[in-house]
Design a protein around this ligand. Structure first.
Ligand code: AKB
Length: 331
């Protein structure tokens, strides 16, 4: 059998039989289309199935297979896995922190029931599984600066509760059945070509759009709210590097990964280096309480030690990259 993804990929290239195929569930969110692009370059475009419950734009469908997959529909997922001989499932479908608080019942279905279906089918059909977790899986009782890989996790949002459940369930299946479950706890992710849907860290993206469009931004978090963030390129690279590791080389299955931490005030100062007249106002809302219960700085030393994780973007580079990418949109 074929273990590392990279060796499967090499085997494909030299024409051997074994092909690794991936399904990315919930791939029309912030992370999915970027990961699909990266995967298709590495593992072949026909081996990477994007999926979601929404109708995609034509540019997405033209670059490789796209199928309907509802993670709440066990049979639908089962059929896809069997028909397309899926080996790996990347499960992105989830309601993010702020939106989930406004719709707890739906969040429990998508974030918890959806994960049950994925986990059970993966186990039944011998798939490997990647599911992202989040800084939201920590809570006010966790050490906040820095937050270690293994520590107290008592989140106060349904999003956080569902992600702790995912982490523990995946580790349980790994321990009990040998399921190859892998999980990274991401901070807020900064992307210029995709939008997050209803998170607490979204301000760090919107601020760039408003800075370029209006020269001003009203922030729903206070000036000194420090949160861990990372650039999408680092985030997607962390997924690939982590998934390509031999399973035996991973002593734990859930890792913190981080880029850099900043406050809205510090990010505004960074933006002013390029847009000197940029103004920021503060009008904290319900998301402030969520942010106040999350880590300020994520300790990713376990990922650095165990699989050589290194971020490439600090705050300055994240800001300049966002401004450069978005400037043409507003010119
Ligand atoms: C959110 O703010 O909900 C997400 C996250 C940090 O998981 N971006």
């Amino acid at each position: 059998s074929c273990h590392a993804i990279s060796s499967c990929w090499l085997q494909n290239r030299v024409g051997l039989k074994y092909v690794t195929s991936f399904i990315l569930a919930g791939s029309l969110g912030q992370l999915g289309s970027g990961l699909a692009r990266l995967f298709r370059m590495r593992y072949g475009k026909d081996n990477v199935f994007m999926s979601d419950i929404r109708k995609p734009t034509r540019d997405i469908t033209s670059k490789g297979p796209y199928i309907f997959a509802d993670v709440l529909d066990y049979k639908c997922l089962q059929k896809i896995i069997v028909t397309h001989r899926i080996d790996w499932i990347v499960h992105f479908s989830a309601l993010l922190s702020a939106v989930a608080e406004a719709n707890v019942a739906l969040a429990m279905r998508v974030n918890i029931e959806g994960t049950h279906n994925v986990m059970e089918l993966a186990n039944q059909y011998g798939l490997r599984v990647f599911i992202p977790s989040t800084i939201g899986a920590f809570g006010p009782e966790s050490p906040r600066n820095p937050t270690p890989n293994i520590t107290i996790q008592r989140p106060k949002t349904i999003y956080g509760v569902s992600k702790v459940h995912t982490e523990l369930l995946g580790e349980y299946y790994n321990h009990k059945y040998g399921l190859d479950f892998r999980c990274l706890r991401f901070p807020g992710v900064l992307s210029s070509d995709t939008h997050p849907g209803g998170g607490t860290t979204d301000y760090a993206i919107q601020i760039f759009h408003d800075a370029l469009k209006e020269g001003r931004y009203t922030c729903y978090l206070g000036p000194n709210t420090r949160l861990p963030m990372m650039h999408i390129d680092d985030c997607l690279r962390s997924v690939v590097e982590f998934m390509e590791r031999e399973p035996e080389s991973l002593p734990v299955r859930t890792y913190n990964v981080a880029g850099a931490s900043f406050t809205p005030d510090e990010l505004a100062a960074e933006i002013r280096k390029t847009i000197p007249h940029f103004e920021i106002n503060y009008r904290p809302d319900h998301r402030q309480a969520i942010a106040d219960s999350w880590p300020e700085v994520l300790d990713d030393s376990a990922a650095r030690n165990d699989w050589s994780w290194r971020p490439e973007y600090n705050t300055k580079r994240m800001a300049s990259s966002m401004l450069n990418d978005l400037r043409p949109v507003y010119q």
